[in-house]
Design a protein around this ligand. Structure first.
Ligand code: URP
Ligand code: ZN
Ligand code: ZN
Ligand code: ZN
Length: 459
């Protein structure tokens, strides 16, 4: 079996940094240390002097080839996972969406079929429960046994995919009994529906109204309510895409009581400002994503929450719709603009630049937020760390390099990026997945369809 030896790099894990060589064999990390002098004749040696060796990113919140608001996200498993790979992310946990009227097991089988043979990085699924028909929870055990050990529910999108409190309680109770996890999109769906209708009635139909219809209080109320319901159900709960200071406070309070409440935020809530909703014409539709972008005050609270460990994970919530598609559906009424934006390709480098290089978090904390913690949280023991025995998913990053983000050069199947023109410190040079070189200088160089489904464990 061939060996790969990365020599002269600086290895970063969630717990520390050291100058070490990394020996890879059979797709796994075989040894880490001063190995350069070892007589490994057959090893392919790659000199990575001056580079950081980081675990491949683990993004546990993506919507690939997913039905949403009357359309489908623009990336399929080929383009979406290639973009992930080019951006240093080697594992995804994607949402398998249930359409109303569809059985959960059918929906899951359909998502497997979309990914198989197309994905180029390893992937798992969360099961989205949007319609709790009679007998639905009876399918949970089989779903968990198949390696899909987490469920997702929406407290927003009233009238389509939103679950009411009793159904949320039932999902939490059943999942909790199986050792599974429930991911919750927390927003006051009923109130948002009313605020949105008021805006449209007043003639405020443009994309900027999206933000006004979803004030911070609508996230905070739903977070507080979901925590209470999780307590009633005696189940752990993971909040996706938290965006507000009040949500961070509510999660911190629950965690101080040692309740099993966890939270993530996303790249865009940490880096983009609400003023983008003031853009003229239909431009603001680019950031019609949910919850909306917030003010600096909220961003500061999110960064503090990450440093304190209140929020443990940073995901992309990659949910791409081309601007032309947003316009086609929602130019007359912001409520019909498909919600979401692209991000799987840029999460890693934006977090490195805005987190580490901007002095907000340490290198080890960065690695934990984008790789280590999401792998632990979602039962992926072979992922998220450069450690002996783990999958050799490794990002080689040149701290002296720079990255410029443009729609023109991105790999995501998208006609825009909210980070257009950003030039950031640090450049992802090469990306390995299970010891195979799959991306080089922002271009995919691996074989097609090489990604494997990851059956995840329960907690
Ligand atoms: O705007 C977003 N986040 N769209 C994707 C669906 C969701 O709410 O996660
Ligand atoms: Zn959501
Ligand atoms: Zn999402
Ligand atoms: Zn397009």
């Amino acid at each position: 079996m061939s060996h790969l030896l990365l020599t002269g790099g600086r290895v970063v894990t969630s717990s520390g940094t050291s100058d070490a060589d990394v020996l890879v064999r059979g797709g796994r990390i075989e040894a880490i240390g001063r190995l350069g002098d070892l007589p490994i004749a057959e090893a392919e040696r790659v000199d990575v002097t001056g580079r950081l060796l980081l675990p491949g990113g683990v993004d546990v919140h993506t919507h690939i080839d997913s039905p949403m608001m009357g359309t489908t996200t623009s990336d399929d498993f080929e383009t979406g996972t290639r973009a992930a790979a080019c951006g240093g992310t080697t594992t995804l946990v994607d949402f398998a969406m249930q359409l109303p009227g569809q059985s959960l097991t059918n929906a899951l089988a359909g998502h497997h079929a979309k990914a198989e043979g197309k994905a180029v990085v390893d992937y798992g699924f969360h099961m989205c429960v949007t319609d709790l028909y009679e007998g639905a929870t009876g399918e949970f055990a089989e779903i968990v046994q198949s390696g899909v050990s987490s469920f997702k529910v929406f407290m927003a999108y009233r009238g389509s995919i939103m679950l009411h409190d009793g159904d949320l309680f039932e999902v939490l109770r059943t999942s909790g009994g199986l050792g599974g996890q429930v991911c919750v999109h927390a927003e006051s769906g009923d109130v948002i529906d009313r605020l949105s209708a008021d805006l449209v009635a007043a003639g405020r139909t443009g994309p900027g109204s999206h933000e006004i219809s979803r004030p911070p209080s609508t996230e905070i109320e739903a977070v507080e309510r979901a925590i209470k319901i999780a307590r009633m159900a005696d189940s752990p709960l993971y909040f996706v895409h938290l965006s507000t200071e009040g949500a961070v406070e509510a999660v911190a309070e629950a965690r101080s009581k040692e309740w099993a409440i966890a939270g993530e935020t996303c790249t865009h809530y940490l880096t983009l400002d609400r003023s983008l909703y003031d853009a003229p014409g239909f431009e603001a539709a680019k950031v019609v994503l949910t919850p909306p972008l917030r003010t600096q005050e909220h961003r500061d609270a999110l960064w503090r929450g990450l440093r304190a460990g209140t929020l443990g994970v940073v995901s992309s919530d990659h949910c791409p719709f081309c601007l032309e598609e947003k316009r086609r559906l929602g130019s007359a009424d912001f409520r019909a603009i498909p919600n979401g934006g692209p991000g799987v390709e840029h999460r890693f480098i934006v977090m490195y630049a805005e987190g580490v290089r901007a002095g907000r978090i340490s290198l080890e904390k960065f690695v934990d937020l984008v790789a280590g913690a999401p792998a632990r949280q979602f039962g992926l023991p072979s992922k998220g760390a450069i450690t002996t025995g783990a999958d050799a998913d490794i990002v080689v990053l040149d701290p002296e390099g720079t990255t410029t983000i443009t729609a023109e050069t991105q790999n995501q199947r998208m006609d825009y990026t909210p980070y257009e023109g950003w030039t950031l410190p640090g450049a992802i040079e090469s990306v390995y997945s299970r010891g195979e070189l799959i991306a080089r200088d922002g271009r995919y160089v691996g074989v097609a369809g090489r990604g494997r489904f990851l059956a995840r464990t329960t907690q």
